[in-house]
Structure formats: structure tokens, C-alpha cells
Ligand binder design. Sequence first.
Ligand SMILES: Cc1cc2nc3c(=O)[nH]c(=O)nc-3n(C[C@H](O)[C@H](O)[C@H](O)COP(=O)(O)OP(=O)(O)OC[C@H]3O[C@@H](n4cnc5c(N)ncnc54)[C@H](O)[C@@H]3O)c2cc1C
Length: 327
Amino acid sequence: MKSTGVVDCLIIGAGPGGLTAAIYLARFRRNIAIVDSGFSRAALIPTTHNCPGFPMGISGKEFLKRLRFQAAQYGVEIQAGEVMRLKQVENFFEAHVSNSGGSGTSRHRGRDGGGGGEMSIIRAITILLATGTADSRLDTRDWKTCIRKGLIRLCPICDAYEATDQNIALISSSPREGVKHALFLRTYSQNVTLIYQAKAELTSAEKRRLRQVNVEVIEDALGSLHIRGESKPSIRLSKGEELQFDVIYPMLGESPRSQLAVQLGARCNREGKLIVDRHQRTTVAGVYAVGDVVDGLNQISVAAAHAAIASTDIQNRLNKLGYRLCP
Ligand SMILES: Cc1cc2nc3c(=O)[nH]c(=O)nc-3n(C[C@H](O)[C@H](O)[C@H](O)COP(=O)(O)OP(=O)(O)OC[C@H]3O[C@@H](n4cnc5c(N)ncnc54)[C@H](O)[C@@H]3O)c2cc1C
């Protein structure tokens, strides 16, 4: 097991949140390490149209590439691997990292480890968690292809505009979320169907509200999803009936990747998202969280804003603790 010197901040995750934080902290002339396991939600985005500064849209992969390039201008290199465990030791944190090879070292890091599929330890004064969240998936083999083609969409705020006037199915198992998203989608199309996988009954007020705006409600345990080649997706209901749509929004919940902070004692809300204050501090001193892992809107701009706030607070905290002021 190789180990590193103590860095000012260990950033866990190199999606939009982690990479923005890396750019800020490197420009604050901090020694940082950044580790990433390669599952950014942003990499799934076919083309985002609501990211400021890209009037013609940009693919998630290209956006991440540009952020990586920007971070690299300040000497940041991303270590490929997964942080398996965080431990608090005296006045710093110790991260156990399973390296997946192709690792990089940053000249901002006081380190000597990494690479070759082995375990290494990174010690850090502060931790910034930008680990994101994982969407619950429908049972289909072609999940990524369907997302790339816009047949399955996961975020009405991101891309309902692109589904304007289409025949939209929304699948939900939560009455509150189902009704909320159906009403939101109704801004874009007259043809919205809520396929509701009942866990709790919709109230008569909820049903009435949906009827008023012509949202069709189908209460069904949902048989299976069918997508053949380039054709439109269809859903086979449990009794065999098959319904075809232009686009399907499965809003089936998510699993925030908050475990590392929770192991340290950080508090989460009911959905498992980390609770932070207005400086992005979790309830554990020295541990920050940004982006989709935090309670709030799952959006690139939100992750970037969180990262700017957290990095600045980390810089102030390190200065206050007397770590490396310019001589
Ligand atoms: C299909 C789709 C379309 C979307 N469209 C838009 C859009 O148009 N506009 C918009 O603003 N947003 C959009 N989003 C949402 C956007 O992608 C997210 O809000 C954004 O990626 C959040 O950034 P993040 O840095 O918090 O997390 P992520 O981008 O998910 O990055 C988290 C990173 O942390 C890594 N990680 C996790 N755990 C560990 C660990 N233990 N060790 C090391 N690394 C770890 C992961 O591998 C991942 O690379 C879309 C999302 C999806 C799925």
C-alpha cells in the first residue's frame, strides 16, 4: 500500500462539481488530489442546451473534456480509481483508494503513489465530496443507447424543451413526484401519460388535478419496456397491452453516493442526500459536498456554483488554520 504526503484537499469525483472545484483550488495555489471512478452522469448527456455559454448546446462528454483540459492548465491530473473508505486521523483525513490504473499525479499533490490496480492512501486536511448520484434504471439492455437517442430522458428540467409536443410517458412510483413531474411536463405537451407504479394510492385531489389538465393516468405495476432498433419506445403493461410513446421519462428515484461522508458521521436528508450549510460544509468539520450528492437541483450549473462556494470556503479555512500562506 503506497501512501502520499498530506494534501490541502482531496476531491472525490471528477464530474462538473469536482472538476470546477479542482480549477478553483488549483488557482488558489492549493495542493490537491482528485480521484475519479469514471461514472459521471454528465457523460450520459447527448447534448445539453441549458448550460450557460453554449448557445448551440454541447455533449456531456465534450463538456467534461473541456473542464479536464481547463483543470490541466493549472497542473491538475486526475487519478483513476475509487475511494473506498475515509477515516479521520488526528487533524487530517485518510482516504483508501483502489487505483484502476492510468492514474495521474498532480504537481499540486504531495504524493508518491498511484497506478497499477493497487491500493494507495491519500492524506488530506479537507475533503470535497463530488460523488454524484445514481439513477434507478428501467429494465432494458439498451439503457445508454436509448438515452443517447433521446428515447429515454431522465430530467425534465434539463430537456423537456426538446420533447415539446411529443407523446410523453412518465413512469413514477411516488405520488408526490409523479404528479409534480406530470404537471411540469404538461407545460411542453398536451400528450402526457403518467404510468403510476402504485406504492401509495393517488389521492382523489391529485387525480382530479391531473384530469383537469388532461394528463392520462394509468395505474400499473409496469410489465416491460420495449425498444426495437430505431423505433419509438413502447411499454407493455402487466396485462399485455402495449403502448407506444415518443419519449419515456422514468422518474424512479436515485441513490446518492453519500456513503463515504456518512461513514464519517455526516448527516443526510430522507432521500440520502448530504445536508450542507450555505458554505457547502457537511455536518463533519473539514468535509464539504457539492453537486448531485447534495440536497438540491441536479444540474451542471448548480454543481459548478456549489464548487465555487465550497472551494472558497476551503481556501479561507486553510488560511485560518495557517496552511501555506504565501511567504
Ligand atoms: C441523461 C442526463 C441528461 C442530463 N442533462 C442535463 C442538462 O441538460 N443540463 C444540466 O444542467 N444537467 C443535466 N443532467 C444532470 C447533470 O449531469 C448532473 O447534475 C451533473 O453531472 C452533476 O455533477 P456532479 O459532479 O455532482 O456528479 P457527476 O457528474 O455524476 O460526477 C460524479 C463523479 O464522482 C465519481 N465517484 C463517485 N464515487 C466515487 C468514489 N468513491 N471514488 C472516486 N470517484 C467517485 C463518479 O464516477 C463520477 O465520475 C443530466 C443528467 C443525465 C443523467
